[in-house]
Design a protein around this ligand. Structure first.
Ligand code: GUN
Length: 295
């Protein structure tokens, strides 16, 4: 049996059209245009490219983007001063500090300075703390795991009561993903580099989330027949046969796993387009909260 392919690109396209509509409605009703401020420190090429993609995506749905760049040797004080200024700016409804920050900067201090109601990445310690607590809700959900949850629901996964296994425990994906699945009443196992007999653990998963950053690590015999497999990985690998000399692959060996799984996201074309979509949705939500006087 070949798995159902979960088309993240198509879901993202549909959601972005809905977001564009809602942006228009917000302008008509309240005269408010959502604004996203991006903060890029240094010249990491991957970060530059992500930020550019985020800015372009904003423009396409009518969200104003305010790009801020600081040099790689910017001081902690400079970064903090910029965040404070953006917190005060009424045209900015979301603040995104692109990670990773250069090593000399204190990431936690920067993230905890962002106003809770502008924390569209959902990385503020209070938003993460709320996500970790039973019966509490964060103001914003981190974008990548949020997008992965949307795709699981789109694919018709029964999350409640399912055995979910998350490969990876990063602050950006693995940990918040595990917490979201717990909120949705799954039974969750988080695996990492010290986990013993990984394939035996992942084979128990009705829902398997791969977020480790290892090209095509998850093989067919790691996967329970019929499982929902969400591949968060995006890895650049050498490929002399391609024109560019490289290609992008996920953390899952797609061609073999699709013969076992019930549903699977490709990478590229799965979770990737959803991450930015959820950022747009969070920014719209930030602007709606301000327009309706909720914050
Ligand atoms: N770096 C990698 N992913 C992300 C993300 O989702 N948000 C931010 N701010 N930085 C990132």
């Amino acid at each position: 049996m070949t798995a159902k392919i979960i088309d993240g690109k198509a879901v993202a396209k549909r959601m972005r059209a809905e977001i564009a509509e809602d942006v228009k409605k917000l302008q008509e009703q309240y005269g408010v245009t959502p604004g996203l401020a991006t903060v890029l420190v240094g010249d990491n090429p991957a970060s530059q490219s992500y930020v550019r993609m985020k800015q372009r995506a904003c423009e396409k749905v009518g969200i104003t983007s305010f790009g801020h760049k600081l040099p790689a040797d910017a001081s902690q004080e400079e970064v903090e001063a910029l965040v404070r200024q953006l917190n005060e700016d009424p045209n900015v409804h979301g603040i995104l500090v692109q990670l990773p920050l250069p090593k000399h900067l204190d990431e936690e201090r920067v993230l905890s300075l962002i106003s809770l109601h502008k924390d569209v990445d959902g990385f503020h310690p209070i938003n993460i703390g709320r996500l970790a607590m039973k019966g509490r809700e964060p103001l914003f959900i981190p974008c990548t795991p949020y997008g992965a949850m949307v795709l699981l629901k789109e694919a018709g996964a029964q999350i409640e009561g399912a055995n979910a296994v998350v490969l990876g425990r990063s602050n950006i994906v693995g940990m918040p993903m595990a917490m979201l699945l717990i909120h949705a009443n799954a039974t969750v196992t988080v695996c990492h580099s010290r986990t013993r007999d990984l394939p035996a653990v992942t084979r128990q998963a009705d829902i398997l989330i791969a977020a480790v950053g290892r090209p095509e690590m998850v093989k067919a015999d790691w996967v329970k027949p019929g499982a929902y497999v969400i591949d968060v990985g995006s890895n650049k690998v050498d490929d002399p046969s391609s024109e560019k000399g490289y290609r992008w692959v996920g953390d899952v060996a797609f061609d073999e796993v699709k013969e076992v799984a019930g549903a699977i996201t490709p990478s590229p074309g799965g979770v990737g387009p959803m991450t930015i979509t959820m950022l747009l949705k969070n920014t719209l939500r930030g602007a709606e909260m301000v327009a309706r006087g909720e914050v």
